[in-house]
Design a binder for this molecule. Structure first.
Ligand code: ATP
Length: 612
């Protein structure tokens, strides 16, 4: 047995005078991390011993655990582990020199920095962070090594320490914090429990507070996907986010190469209360909680993702600026983006009925992702679905284009307001034509994006023009010519032009296959988009979408026929009323009638009804 340790007193080698007040002051904002540091040191000590046990065949069969004890009378909080312990030399080396010199480095480096979070993030203060809450710290330790002598180290928040023999008889280390007067809250079990729940909830070694185990040693992400049931994924989610509705879907990550990454990410149901701009992922490092504010780990368009990521290769004290510049973080983002894309494709292919409601929740993010990332776009582009007026209700773009090939190759007709564009959709439907419903905020941009990606592809809103498919092929109104050498079409055009003297209005006559609609308003696609764009960019006042518009009069409509016969009979007044009515009805279906015209419309409607 070695000679008994003589009490020694020394000075922790330090050039910066009185480091402790500075530690306290600078780190005050996040003082809870001291417990994370001490408990993870304790877990490390246990892991080290477990490794030695295996390598050196020590045949230890201990139940490993970390205990946290509160002694209100003594005013102490103690973290006890049965890990490998430390000898006097190790205390000198690891606590007096190594740990302290890193604390000293920290002070040197960040003397001038104002942003405390930056400081905390940049630096693992480890053991010395205990001086944020304690005036005096004691270490009692007994190394696993044969014939080791138990040691007792004390430091009262100055650069002096004492190291002497102790009577500790059980292997492991006790860190005893004599809490200072302002930190007595850490003598309350609830307060300590709250901190442990935050940082140590999923640590792989049993952690107990006053004899009660507080952690789940085998969180779901440590298992392999094959052994976890859907119910377990949901239960885990409910534990992580107790106030949330069940998620839409989840992805279990278990990556070993080229870096380590485990985790479960959930796509949440996006209710009104859900903040889609805030990061929700909880980052762990070997099951130690690190942060729940690490937006850098997730592609921006997937910010709403929730769940846990365990990245053991990232440091425990990870800072925002580190994350922003770390190449591995970019790789993590790419992996997540790729896995989300694969999951979307998998769900889309599997069962349309299950996918549709999910799609309603996620389509904005997927579309945004497609616009932001080429790789993501390439993966999901053929699986993205659109609501359609066709029989299928939902269709992919390739399927839609295939069906539309004969009637309008490479052209997509869409509506962005089913109510306002109902007349057009009705005409489309009557001719067996299909339009997509693109009525989400993002769709305006998304349409432009798809056109830029596919140079042949053109999107046209259903009210932008009438397609030749809606027009009667054999149009007799053009052919039959009267005594003045005018066709019926010419007469309709002349009459309407004379009656409707409205700024920006063009009259166009067509004979539609559908005779129930007397007239519709057409807005040129490119002109309309340009106006929408300028208004969105906030340039000037809200543009008048109807500054230039076309009234397409349907020569096949009985109402138009009536206009002509009234003219022939010399009743110009009633013919005029009818034409005004046809125009207003067309504008009304666009919800674009002015207040003044509405008053006239109602007045005229009354008159016309009286004539029937
Ligand atoms: N409970 C413990 N049991 C055994 N050794 C310990 C214990 N706590 C600390 N040590 C030793 O003291 C060293 C310094 O600890 P400290 O927490 O300051 O830094 P660290 O754990 O090495 O790094 P980090 O900055 O990530 O915390 C550890 O590396 C370890 O060797």
């Amino acid at each position: 047995m070695s000679e008994k340790l003589q009490k020694e007193e020394g000075s922790i080698s330090i050039h910066t005078e009185n480091i402790f007040p500075i530690i306290k002051k600078w780190l005050y904002s996040d003082k809870d991390i001291f417990l994370r540091e001490l408990v993870s040191n304790a877990v490390d000590a246990i892991h080290k011993l477990q490794n030695i046990n295996l390598m050196e065949g020590l045949k230890l069969t201990d139940e490993y655990q970390v205990d946290i004890k509160i002694d209100k009378d003594a005013g102490t909080l103690t973290v006890i582990d049965n890990g490998l312990g430390m000898t006097a030399d190790e205390v000198r080396k690891y606590i007096n020199q190594v740990a302290f010199s890193s604390a000293e480095d920290f002070i040197e480096k960040f003397k001038g920095l104002e942003d405390k979070n930056e400081i905390i993030g940049h630096f693992g203060l480890g053991f010395y962070s205990s001086f944020m809450v304690a005036d005096k710290v004691e270490i009692r330790s007994l190394s696993y090594q044969q014939d080791a002598e138990a040691v007792h180290w004390t430091c009262a928040g100055t650069t002096s320490y004492e190291l002497e023999a102790s009577d500790k008889s059980e292997r492991g280390t006790e860190i005893i914090l004599h809490l200072n007067d302002e930190e007595k809250e850490f003598l309350e079990k609830d307060r300590v429990s709250e901190v442990l729940k935050k940082f140590c909830n999923f640590l792989p070694v049993s952690i107990s507070l006053e004899g009660e185990e507080v952690n789940d040693k085998n969180p779901l992400w440590t298992k392999s996907a094959g052994e976890v049931t859907d119910e377990e994924y949901l239960e885990f989610y409910r534990k992580l986010y107790p106030m949330s509705q069940d998620p839409l879907f989840w992805i279990h990550l278990n990556i070993d190469f080229p870096f380590n990454l485990k985790g479960i990410i959930y796509f949440p149901r996006l209710t009104n209360e859900f903040d889609v701009t805030k990061s929700h992922i909880k980052l762990f490092c070997n099951q130690v909680f690190v942060s729940d504010n690490t937006p850098e780990l997730i592609p921006e368009f997937l910010t709403p993702l929730q769940g846990c990521l365990d990245a053991p290769d990232l440091p425990l004290n990870v800072s925002r600026s580190y994350l922003q510049n770390e190449p591995q973080v970019r790789k993590i983002r790419e992996v997540i983006s790729g896995r989300v894309a694969s999951k979307v494709v998998e769900l889309a292919k599997k069962d349309r009925e299950i996918f549709v409601p999910i799609w309603e929740d996620i389509h904005t993010f997927v579309k945004y992702g497609m616009m932001r990332e080429d790789k993501f776009y390439d993966k999901v582009k053929d699986q993205v679905i659109y609501r359609s007026t066709g029989d299928e209700k939902y269709t992919t773009l390739p399927d839609y284009l295939e069906r539309a090939k004969e009637k309008h190759e490479n052209k997509v007709y869409y509506a962005n307001d089913e109510g306002v564009q109902a007349t057009y959709l009705k005409m489309f439907k009557a001719q067996g034509m299909e339009a997509l419903i693109l009525d989400a905020m993002i769709d305006n941009h998304f349409i432009q994006f798809l056109e830029s990606k596919n140079s042949d592809l053109k999107f046209e809103r259903v009210d932008s023009d009438v397609t030749e498919n809606l027009i009667e092929e054999k149009d007799e109104s053009k052919e039959i010519v009267d005594a003045d050498n005018k066709s019926r079409k010419d007469r309709i055009e002349e009459t309407f032009k004379a009656e409707l003297d409205i700024k920006g209005l063009t009259i166009r006559i067509e004979t539609l296959k559908d005779n129930t609609v007397p007239g519709v308003i057409l807005l040129n696609e490119q002109q309309r988009r340009f106006k929408e764009m300028t208004s969105m960019m906030g340039q000037g006042e809200m543009p008048d979408m109807f500054a230039d518009h076309t009234l397409m009069v349907n020569a096949a409509s009985p109402a138009v026929e009536k206009v002509l016969s009234l003219q022939d009979a010399g009743d110009k007044e009633t013919a005029g009323l009818l034409m005004q009515q046809i125009y207003d009805l067309a504008m009304l279906s666009h919800q674009a009638i002015s207040k003044e015209r509405m008053a006239d419309f109602l007045d005229r409607s009354g008159k016309l009804l009286g004539m029937i």
